[in-house]
Structures are given as structure tokens and as C-alpha cells.
Design a protein around this ligand. Structure first.
Ligand SMILES: Cc1cc2nc3c(=O)[nH]c(=O)nc-3n(C[C@H](O)[C@H](O)[C@H](O)COP(=O)(O)OP(=O)(O)OC[C@H]3O[C@@H](n4cnc5c(N)ncnc54)[C@H](O)[C@@H]3O)c2cc1C
Length: 523
């Protein structure tokens, strides 16, 4: 039976049951903590779907400094070098911690952890489990560890809808109890310490590899609580999602290209062979190459017939199963692919301990912008970031006094369950792989009235609006953010870090014609 929320008053609340949330809860033990998850732990979490693995410099020929150099190169001049150095240094120990929590990584016959290669890594350093089932194995082991830790109270079927704030400090979480069906009951958790671990935003796009439930709810919670968000324009599009009718799209991991698969078109032409690094170039460059080739009327395929060839299903059992579901045998025929929204480098602006600009609010995992990824994430750097930063966040939360709680009475009214359906086509049209001023202005005009309204699209639209404003303000191309009207780096780039009120003010300047609509929608 679920405990009465009043008995949990004062405990830190972690929102999200992916790797970031589970690790933060484990690292907080034995301090009592509440972990809130929309569904049963692991559902609708990108963590469970991760294929490639976790990057850590474990090889004899490797070093954290090399991992750092690759991370900075992929980040295209936009990483926080100090944070990146701390995380890459901490990565090998984080792998050991995961082993202690019971994660079974793939090992060679001599017992050492096997290391894979992925795009833009100069060494083999990808730690994986069950071939391409890394996320599933991580979540199995961590969920088991969480359930065996008595200090962690797991509340499943609870969706956080608002953070309660007084004088820029957290006072509680207002949530919907989804377990009893609609109309949903409101649940109030009185707390001065909240950790957002709500994952990414792929579900704001039509073409995505993310679970549909990953549509930036944490960003909306933080933005409406007054927190600053940063680097929102940097969205990674994975170049090789399985091109078919299924949504979300199955990911064909970079590790397949790491094992030698090529990108070809319908004529068999290896059209990216001139790109630096060819198929293993940086993700943004490969995604743009694939996108442009598709836009020119070609079809694009990943050809794994020679490499990895007949051993494909042994090395990549999950991907082979996804291909089989689409009636394809990757060992015998090329796999049709297209780019899809995959990972968000931007997020809640946090410091080295995961603290946001609102007192008592931390963020960890994909929802946070730590500065590790810069303008473009290096493959397999996100899970390791979540694992490493969870330790730092837990330490900071544990060192922050719980304060005196006040149960809001009456419990505030719930906002509607957020629904990104209206927002998806807008973002997909204007904020995809290639962007320009006209498309961004159009997106802002459409999103502003939605974001200012009170219906179920308001929260997804508020996040989308902030992304569009950030992309508008970045008048240069860098990493995953490509402006066709500004194809070069700017000589004096500035960081896009702002709150929702600033974004709305900028949007009104940019799209004055939508202001009257906004007023109507808000009234
Ligand atoms: C197909 C795929 C493959 C990937 N492969 C790799 C890889 O090989 N290596 C790598 O490093 N990264 C990989 N990534 C990225 C990586 O998986 C994610 O960045 C990482 O798992 C994010 O973890 P998280 O804990 O922050 O979020 P998630 O794992 O997405 O978990 C967030 C959880 O929060 C819950 N939630 C959201 N909003 C609310 C709310 N309002 N109330 C309650 N709960 C809420 C969600 O339901 C979800 O369960 C991959 C991503 C995808 C989609």
C-alpha cells in the first residue's frame, strides 16, 4: 500500500525513475528519500532503451585526458572544460560503482570488461552489457538495488505537475495520482529539496528515438518555478533511426558503424566517404549529411552485410529484433535509416553540484545542462554523466538542511495532463536538423499563444517556445545547432541562459502579431 504523503514530509523528492533518479536515490542512502515516477520504474525512460553503453577510459591505451579531448572536440567549443574534466576523470570509478550495484557488464574470457568503439571516440572505451542491452541491464540492477534499500520510498504512478515555490525557494511538489484513473487525485509532497531527473525532450518531435513520454516535463516544471534553462537550442539528431512507420523509431546504434557498417544510398553509393571520419564522424555532421541526401530525393541505408555481417544478431540482438519486427534481416539486406531527435544537450542550468537557480532545486541526467556535452554530445557520454553527477547531487542534497515543511492547504488545483501532440509538428518543421530565421519566427508565432494558454498543450509549448527563442538568438552554426542563414561559427558567441518570463518577452518582440492571440488564450 502507498504511504500517506504527509508521513513523507521533509524528505527530499526525486522526480523520475531513470538511471539519474535511481542513482541519486541510491547515493543518498541511508538518508530517507521519496522517488516519484510516472509509471512503474523504468517505463517511459530512455535509460532502459540505451544500446551502446557508457564511456569510460578503462583501456590500457586510454586515459581520462583522451576521453576529455574527444568530448571537447565533439562539443564544438561549447563544453565547460572543467566539468568535462571532472566527469571524465570520475568515469572509471563510476563503472566500478555500477558493478557493486550488481550491473553485469560484458566481459572478455579473461574477465576484463569488454570495450566497444563508437563514433568520434579515439579509443575503444564503450562499456556495454548484454550486447546492445546496456540500458535494460542497468535498469534491472539499479531498480533491484533501489527496491532493496529501505530508506527509499518509491511512489509509482505519480506525475509531478508543478513545483511549489515561495521567494525563489522550493516548498513542495504538486502531483497527480495516475493509479486510480481520471479524474486524477492531487497529491502534495511538502519538501524543501527536489531533484529533477525527468529525462529528455525527444517526444516533442514527430521523429524520435525517445519514449513518447519524454517530452520535457522536467523543463516545464523548472521553467514555471522560475529556474534558468541553458543551451536549449542544442538538440542531437541521431543519424540512423530505423526508417519505417513505427513511432518512436528504433535506434540503430553508432556501435554498428563502429563495427564497420557503411551508409549507402539506393544506388549503393557510399555518399559520406569524404566527410572527416566518414560514417564515424561527429553525430551532427553525419546527421546533416544523411538529412541533405534524403532531402535531395535519395533513400539512405545502413549496410551491415559485410561488417558486422553474419554475426550481427549475436553482437546486436536488440537491434536485430527491431529489424526483424520491420521484416528485415540486417545481415542480408541494408537497413533504411533517417535522422531523429535523440538527445538534449541543453536543460536546467546547474552548477557543479547540480544546483539550479532556484533554492532547493537540483537537476540530474538528461534534464540538466551541466556543460559536459557543449553543442554536441559525444556518444555514450550521457549515462556516465548521469551516474557520476548523481553522486555529486546526492552529496549536495544531503548537505542541505531539510527546513520546516508546511503542508499547503487546501491542496492547489491540478493543471491538465500535458499533451505535446499540437507542438510536435511545429518543432519538427522549424527546429529540426537544419534551421533558419523564417522557420524560427513561424514557430515562435505558433507557440507563444499555446504557451500562454491553460490547456494541455501549455507546458510542452512553453518548453518548445524556449527552445525556439534560444535557436533564434544563436545566430551561428555550432555542433548540433545548424542555421542555414548563419552557417559559420560566430566570433563572439554568447550563452543562451534565460527563464520563461524572458523567453515570453523576447517572443512578443519577435512575433508581435501573436500577442493579441496570447491575451485571448490566457484569459
Ligand atoms: C534509444 C536510445 C538509446 C540510447 N543509448 C545511449 C547509450 O548507449 N549511451 C548513453 O550514454 N546514452 C544513451 N542514450 C541517452 C540516455 O539513455 C539518456 O540520456 C539517459 O538514459 C537519460 O536518463 P535520465 O535518468 O535522465 O532520464 P530517463 O531515463 O528518460 O528517465 C526519466 C524518467 O522520468 C519520468 N518522468 C518524466 N516526467 C515526470 C513527471 N512529471 N513526474 C514523474 N515522472 C516523470 C519518465 O517517465 C522517466 O521514467 C540513449 C537514448 C535513447 C532514447
Amino acid at each position: 500500500m502507498r504511504p500517506d504523503p504527509k508521513t513523507l514530509s521533509g524528505q527530499p523528492v526525486i522526480i523520475g525513475g531513470g538511471v539519474a533518479g535511481l542513482m541519486t536515490a541510491l547515493r543518498l542512502a541511508p538518508e530517507p528519500v521519496v522517488l516519484v515516477s510516472k509509471g512503474p520504474i523504468g517505463t517511459e525512460a530512455s535509460s532502459a532503451w540505451a544500446q551502446g553503453g557508457l564511456a569510460a577510459s578503462l583501456g590500457a591505451d586510454d586515459d581520462p585526458a583522451l576521453h576529455l579531448a574527444d568530448t571537447l572536440a565533439a562539443g564544438d567549443g561549447w563544453c565547460d572544460a572543467e566539468i568535462a574534466a571532472r566527469i571524465t576523470r570520475a568515469a572509471p570509478l563510476a563503472i566500478e560503482t555500477l558493478v557493486q550495484y550488481g550491473v553485469n557488464f560484458d566481459r572478455s574470457v579473461d574477465g576484463t570488461i569488454r570495450l566497444g568503439l563508437e563514433a568520434a571516440h579515439s579509443r575503444r572505451r564503450i562499456v556495454h552489457a548484454a550486447g546492445d542491452g546496456t540500458g535494460r541491464e542497468l535498469m534491472r540492477a539499479l531498480a533491484k538495488a533501489v527496491r532493496n534499500t529501505p530508506s527509499i520510498t518509491v511512489l509509482e504512478g505519480i506525475e509531478a505537475r508543478r513545483l511549489l515555490v515561495e521567494n525563489n525557494a522550493i516548498t513542495g511538489v504538486l502531483a497527480a495520482d495516475l493509479s486510480g484513473g481520471a479524474p486524477f487525485k492531487a497529491v502534495m509532497l511538502a519538501t524543501r529539496r527536489v531533484v529533477l531527473a525527468t529525462g529528455g525532450i525527444g517526444g516533442l518531435f514527430l521523429d524520435t528515438t525517445n519514449p513518447q513520454g519524454c517530452f520535457g516535463q522536467g523543463l516545464a516544471l523548472a521553467a514555471r518555478a522560475g529556474a534558468d534553462l541553458a543551451d536549449l537550442e542544442f538538440i542531437q539528431f541521431h543519424p540512423t533511426a530505423l526508417d519505417g512507420p513505427a513511432r518512436p523509431m528504433a535506434l540503430i546504434s553508432e556501435a554498428v558503424r563502429g563495427e564497420g557498417a557503411w551508409l549507402i544510398d539506393e544506388t549503393g553509393n557510399r555518399f559520406l566517404s569524404d566527410l572527416p571520419g566518414a560514417e564515424l564522424g561527429t553525430r551532427d555532421a553525419v546527421a546533416r549529411g544523411v538529412f541533405r541526401h534524403l532531402a535531395a530525393g535519395h533513400r539512405v541505408f545502413l549496410d551491415a552485410r559485410q561488417h558486422p555481417g553474419p554475426g550481427f544478431a549475436d553482437r546486436f540482438p536488440g537491434i536485430a529484433a527491431a529489424c526483424r519486427a520491420a521484416n528485415l534481416d540486417p545481415a542480408l539486406e541494408p537497413i533504411p535509416v533517417r535522422p531523429a531527435a535523440h538527445y538534449h544537450m541543453g536543460g536546467v542550468a546547474v552548477d557543479g553540484a547540480g544546483r539550479s537557480s532556484v533554492e532547493g532545486l537540483w537537476a540530474c541526467g538528461e534534464v540538466a545542462r551541466t556543460g559536459l556535452h557543449g553543442a554536441n554530445r559525444l556518444a555514450s557520454n550521457s549515462l556516465i554523466e548521469a551516474v557520476v553527477c548523481a553522486g555529486w547531487v546526492a552529496e549536495s542534497v544531503a548537505g542541505t538542511p531539510s527546513g520546516t515543511e508546511r503542508q499547503a492547504s487546501p491542496v492547489p488545483v491540478l493543471t491538465p495532463a500535458p499533451n505535446p501532440a499540437v507542438v510536435r509538428p511545429i518543432l519538427s518543421r522549424s527546429l529540426g536538423v537544419l534551421r533558419d530565421a523564417d522557420g524560427l519566427r513561424e514557430a515562435v508565432s505558433s507557440l507563444l499563444p499555446l504557451a500562454s494558454g491553460r490547456d494541455d498543450s501549455a507546458d510542452p509549448a512553453a518548453v518548445a517556445l524556449m527552445i525556439a527563442i534560444a535557436a533564434w538568438c544563436r545566430t551561428e552554426s555550432r555542433g548540433a545547432h545548424y542555421r542555414e542563414d548563419f552557417p559559420q561559427h560566430s566570433a563572439s558567441p554568447t550563452q543562451s541562459r534565460f527563464g520563461l518570463a524572458d523567453a515570453v518577452a523576447l517572443a512578443r518582440e519577435l512575433a508581435p502579431s501573436s500577442v493579441s492571440l496570447t491575451k485571448r488564450a490566457a484569459s
